[in-house]
Each structure stands twice: as structure tokens, then as C-alpha cells.
Design a protein. Structure first.
Length: 188
């Protein structure tokens, strides 16, 4: 695996836009078969976290948009790096190890609201910094962040910056998990 260059990312995003409803259903079903826990995390658990922040319709819309972007990330990885690895068959604890890894990294970040701004900024920087041997998909993450900003701007709803930041962080986590899925060595 490698970091997608601009042309590769553009081609993968063009592919995503060309996927019709029937193809999309097939991709989602196959993903659920290949990665049942990962699929449930992306399309059920993570959107519920966003939706549960408030009972307002706008957060339901943001949660749905987040799930749509997760689908886009799924398609980008499949288009760019090939068939989905079936780590669930090879290692049924893969998702658990991802959760433990993320918990270890997210816990200090979540606690950053209880520390001074300088320490909080340092923790955020450490979280978003690539780990040793890890490829970051900088272009993809930037595209997802811009997509969230455009969605918020064009929706006419007034989203709290903290909710948009949470959504962007969750998308970063999604991209990172796909990196780990396609390069299992980096996930250990």
C-alpha cells in the first residue's frame, strides 16, 4: 500500500461517483460478509455516536452524510488497492485489536478538554501524526474534511464546530482503520 497521489485519488473518487445503487448494494453486502464487525462499526455505531449528540434532525442528517462518506472511503480503498482483505476469517480479533488501539490513542484526546490548551494541542498533534511505518492518506482525509465543511455550509443548518471536528476525527479514524486493514503489519 502507498499514499495515493492526486491522480490516483481523483480516479478513485470518480469511480465512487460512477457507482450506481445496485453496485452500491453489492459493495455493502460484500463488505458486511468480508468484515462484519468493521461494517457494523462504520455504518451503525459511528453514525449513532454523531446522531446521539442531539435529538435534532440536523445531526441525523450529519450522521447519514458521515455514513455516505464511509461508503466513499470503502470504494476508494477497493478501487485503489484491490479486493477487500478478509481479516475476519484470518483473525477474528482484528476489530477488537483496532478498538483497543483506538481507545489507547483516543482516550488522551478526549481528555484534552480537561487540560490546558497547549497540552491539548500537543495531544491532538500526536493523534493525527502518522505512526511508525504507517501511510497516511493525506489527500483523502483533506477531501473528506472539505466534504464535511461543504455539507455543513450548504445544509443551511448551524452545526457546532465541535460536532464537525468530531465528525472529521471519526473520518480520520475510518481512513486509518482502512489503512490498517490493507496493511495488517501496521495495525500490530
Amino acid at each position: 500500500m502507498h499514499e495515493l497521489i492526486e491522480r490516483e485519488l481523483y480516479e478513485a473518487l470518480e469511480y465512487v461517483r460512477s457507482v450506481d445503487e445496485e453496485q452500491g448494494k453489492h459493495i455493502l453486502i460484500q463488505f458486511e460478509i468480508d468484515q462484519p464487525m468493521f461494517s457494523q462499526t462504520l455504518f451503525s455505531i459511528f453514525p449513532t455516536i454523531i446522531d446521539n449528540q442531539s435529538n435534532e434532525l440536523k445531526y441525523q442528517n450529519l450522521a447519514q452524510y458521515f455514513a455516505d462518506l464511509c461508503f466513499d472511503v470503502l470504494c476508494v480503498y477497493q478501487q485503489s488497492f484491490g479486493k477487500m482483505p478478509r481479516t475476519f476469517e484470518q483473525d477474528s480479533t482484528w476489530m477488537e485489536s483496532q478498538a483497543m488501539l483506538l481507545d489507547k490513542e483516543l482516550r488522551p484526546l478526549l481528555a484534552s478538554s480537561h487540560v490546558n490548551e497547549k497540552a491539548a494541542k500537543k495531544m491532538r498533534g500526536a493523534f493525527f501524526k502518522p505512526k511508525e511505518g504507517e501511510f497516511t492518506q493525506t489527500g483523502l482525509v483533506e477531501f473528506m474534511n472539505m466534504s464535511i465543511d461543504d455539507f455543513a455550509k450548504n445544509s443551511g443548518d448551524d452545526y457546532h464546530d465541535s460536532m464537525l471536528d468530531l465528525t472529521k476525527t471519526m473520518l480520520f479514524v475510518v481512513v486509518r482503520m482502512f489503512n490498517n486493514l490493507y496493511t495488517p503489519i501496521a495495525a500490530v
